[in-house]
Ligand binder design. Structure first.
Ligand SMILES: CSCC[C@H](NC=O)C(=O)O
Ligand SMILES: [Zn+2]
Ligand SMILES: [Zn+2]
Length: 462
């Protein structure tokens, strides 16, 4: 696009030149008409250039616009998000298409065709949805995208992960403007439902014909903020397991002490799990292992008995008691051995206990390997990525396992090397917390980082 100052001066020059030429008395009428016609054409070209002028596009404003779209659960507004992103893709001159594997759960795919479409492509993935926010605990409303006087942009999704969604497109815009043309095709996917397990989003996507045709060779997905000046990068996720334990026993008068009541059975399980949890957490506290390399287990709900706010109707011992746990299993753990621990130590059937385990994702890739992306010379994509961060003036921290879980596991399941990376340095880690924010300078620097990273990865093999 033509810079506005340049287009304006051209317009100014044209006006002067038309004006002076038409006043030359020696010009024939024909020459005058020809000159007028040529000037008219030039004038129209300038008007078009001015109309297309991108210099009034503000990446920060665009980011804030996206943050104002309520894509938080339980009712994410996916269609508004997709309208905004696809309109932007169109403005940049890129194709996009909407895939809907499950009604009401659309996925947007933006594609920048490479010069050699036969080469495996690059995929940049981000999710459209966010976790809910409790506005009463926020200093600024979570969907207003308020920017304070220091440049902090407050919104649910500011870090997780609407920043990268916009940075991908802004990097494309800048690369296009610089005349860059990728060797490999680059895809950006905006997927629904990551925060609730990705079953109707990334999981369906990687199993689709459309995905197969994309021939993805390497992918980047979301990462997490870093509190120092190094960027964090993730080569694996912990597996998200959910455990529901149910205890049963005889109901009884609240005054009676007897063996085998439902609450006692459940509490015993809670104690065993608490002991295991302490053991894992102690390793973290002692600095033996990072938090993402131990098994975490946390109770997330309890259900038993009938609450009585007045304190009067509290003389019944319940016949059923239930607890739910969030478990995260690092790739170093043997899942089968761990399942044995659950069935034999945590929830022995001898104590009138039963359980359900939800695994929420693959344990191994399509060739039976653990879901890890190599971060050494065996993975050439890693070397290109690492070098690009250095070239962009950034520092990279030692690669880590992500303590939480992302859609990257579905990509790794397909055997696609995938790194988790969100360029946010010197930023507190605020995903899923109150007052999630991102500083505009950090956001803007991220665009520059992606420009270098995307151009390097999409040129790999040149
Ligand atoms: C069951 S998969 C859940 C995925 C979710 N992702 C981000 O927070 C998480 O809890 O880590
Ligand atoms: Zn996320
Ligand atoms: Zn999240």
């Amino acid at each position: 696009m033509m810079p506005i100052s340049y287009s304006r001066s051209l317009l100014f020059w044209l006006t002067i030149s038309v004006h002076s030429r038409l006043r030359v008395p020696t010009m024939t009428v024909r020459t005058q008409l020809r000159t007028l016609f040529a000037c008219l054409i030039l004038f129209l070209a300038v008007v078009v250039a001015l109309g297309n002028d991108s210099s009034d596009h503000s990446p920060v404003d665009f980011f804030r616009k996206y943050l104002r779209i309520r894509t938080a659960h339980p009712n994410p507004d996916y269609s508004s998000a997709i309208s905004l992103l696809s309109a932007e893709a169109r403005a940049i001159g890129l194709q996009s298409k909407v895939l809907e594997f499950v009604p009401g759960k659309p996925l947007l795919l933006v594609t920048w065709h490479g010069r050699d479409p036969s080469l495996p492509s690059l995929l940049l993935n981000s999710h459209l949805d966010s976790v809910p926010a409790e506005p009463q605990h926020w200093v600024h409303p979570p969907f207003a995208a308020h920017k304070d006087e220091t440049g902090r942009i407050f919104a649910r999704g500011a870090q997780d992960d609407k920043c990268i969604a916009i940075q991908f497109l802004e990097a494309f815009r800048n690369l296009k403007a610089s005349g860059f043309s990728p060797l490999r095709t680059i895809h950006v996917s905006y997927v629904p439902d990551e925060e609730i397990g990705g079953v109707d989003g990334a999981k369906k996507f990687v199993g689709s014909k459309e995905f197969e045709e994309m021939n993805v060779g390497f992918a980047l997905d979301e990462g997490q903020a870093s509190v120092n000046d190094e960027f964090r990068v993730f080569y694996a996720d912990r597996l998200p397991w959910r455990l529901i334990v149910k205890a049963v026993g005889s109901p009884a008068h609240g005054s009676r002490m007897f063996d085998g009541m439902a609450m006692e059975n459940l509490l015993e399980t809670m104690e065993v799990i608490a002991k295991f949890r302490k053991c894992q957490f102690d390793k973290v506290k002692a600095g033996e292992k990072p938090a993402s390399e131990v098994v975490s287990v946390n109770p997330v709900y309890l259900k038993a008995g009938t609450p009585s706010p007045t304190g009067f109707v509290m003389n019944m011992q319940p016949s059923e008691a239930e607890a739910g746990f969030d478990l995260r299993i690092p790739p170093s753990e043997d899942p089968d051995l761990f399942k044995k621990r659950i069935s034999e130590e945590w929830v022995p059937s001898s104590r009138n206990l039963s359980y359900k385990l939800f695994e929420h994702g693959p344990l191994r890739d399509n060739r039976g390997r653990p879901l890890l992306t190599a971060t050494d010379e065996t993975n050439p994509w890693w070397s290109v990525f690492k070098q690009a961060i250095t070239d962009a003036g950034g520092k990279l921290a030692k690669p880590e396992i992500l303590a939480t879980t992302t859609d990257a596991r579905f990509l790794r399941q397909m055997g696609i090397p995938t790194l988790g990376f969100s360029p946010m340095s010197n930023t507190p880690i605020l995903l899923h917390e109150h007052n999630e924010y991102l500083e505009e300078t950090v956001f803007m620097r991220g665009i520059k980082i992606y420009e270098v990273v995307i151009s390097a990865l999409s040129s790999f093999g040149e």
